[in-house]
Design a protein around this ligand. Structure first.
Ligand SMILES: [Zn+2]
Ligand SMILES: [Zn+2]
Length: 357
């Protein structure tokens, strides 16, 4: 599926949907990759592994010459966005870019890996919440391809693209997540903002696993990981929205989903996502009134049964842990016996989420 948008600047953005494998109750739908026209053609994201060639074919169908592609930018280092890159660079001569953290975590370091089965995989995948069977089934070839990629680092607002393009670091869903503002008219948000669904946050705890791989500029977990980083990024985007008359939001998934186009107002969607996280924290505290619970106990109570099937339980536990982590910081939750959480009786999380920036 192809979607074309013409900006009043005269520039065109063309969206290409590529297939994903995930399915099930946590399905995010196809990945939306975007071609941005200009003096040079810029492609944002490459779909999952195997999608490099189909994406080039779609680009051709949309009447562009794949050979004219100059740059690829990865919105973040998840397989459904960078998996197609290795095939793509095998077909056309393009230079790939990503946030500098992408490259720092796209290295193998057996001595720092958190478990023997992670010794040969890129550090970016050390904290993947998916179960081992999933990784064994879908990821070995991806890990192999990824390690060989030549991806140059982008700093915040520093890039080789034309002056209508602005790049923002928006970590939280992923430590290397970027948002790309085009001519102050359209914003490509990767998975940081999605229609219908709330992007999965990382956890600050992941920083402990990867900090040995990061540069000295990253001293605190919340610079890159967890709900605090995510909330700050949402507010960065809301602040950007307040500087534009309107900007079209082009998300990494669900631009079109189940026979429907999803148009978002950036500021409104940020408010909805913040409200969602406040509600989830509130629900967790309500459950903890009944006594100490593990993240799994909370997940089984909080989520619909279909969301707990298969690897769904891993996704659910990751969600709950990222919220409990934030509420440990605000003092509303304490951990006991290593794996259980208790409510302390305070409810600071709401003002914290509202005021944090
Ligand atoms: Zn993602
Ligand atoms: Zn994604």
């Amino acid at each position: 599926m192809i979607a074309r948008v013409k900006l009043s600047s005269g520039r065109e953005i063309v969206g290409f949907a590529t297939k994903n494998v995930y399915g099930g109750a946590w399905d995010v739908g196809p990945t939306w990759n975007y071609l941005v026209t200009g003096d040079r053609l810029l492609l944002i994201d490459t779909g999952r592994r195997g999608m490099g060639k189909p994406l080039l074919e779609m680009i051709e169908t949309a009447s562009f010459a794949p050979g004219d592609l100059e740059y690829v930018v990865l919105s973040h280092g998840h397989e459904d966005h960078d998996g197609g890159l290795s095939e793509l660079v095998g077909q056309v001569d393009v230079q790939a870019y990503a946030h500098q953290v992408y490259g720092m975590l796209n290295r193998v370091e057996p001595t720092m890996a958190p478990a023997p089965d992670k010794a040969e995989i890129p550090a970016a995948c050390w904290h993947c919440p998916m179960p081992a069977w999933f990784a064994q089934k879908f990821c070995p070839e991806y890990h192999k391809d990824r390690k060989g990629l030549d991806v140059l680092p982008l700093g915040n607002l520093q890039h080789p693209f034309d002056s209508g393009i602005r790049v923002f670091h928006v970590p939280g869903h992923s430590p290397d997540a970027l948002a790309i503002l085009v001519d102050d008219e359209a914003i490509l948000v990767g998975d940081t903002i999605l229609p219908d669904i709330t992007p999965h946050p990382t956890r600050e705890q992941f920083f402990e696993l990867t900090k040995g791989m990061l540069s000295a500029a990253y001293v605190e977990a919340q610079q890159l990981y967890g709900l605090r980083a995510y909330i700050r990024s949402l507010k960065t985007l809301k602040n950007l929205a307040s500087q534009q008359d309107s900007s079209m939001v082009l998300p990494g998934h669900r631009l079109f989903y189940r026979a429907q186009w999803n148009q978002l107002d950036l500021a409104d969607r940020v408010d909805e996502l913040l409200a969602h996280h406040i509600q989830r924290c509130s629900d967790i505290l309500d459950l903890l009134k009944n006594g100490p619970c593990t993240a799994e106990d909370i997940s089984r109570d909080h989520f619909e049964p279909n969301l707990l099937e298969g690897f769904g339980i891993n996704m659910a536990i990751n969600e709950i842990l990222s919220h409990c982590e934030l509420m440990e910081i605000t003092g509303d939750v304490a951990s006991v016996n290593k794996s259980q959480f208790v409510a302390t009786g305070t409810r600071q999380f709401e003002s914290f989420i509202t005021e944090f920036s």
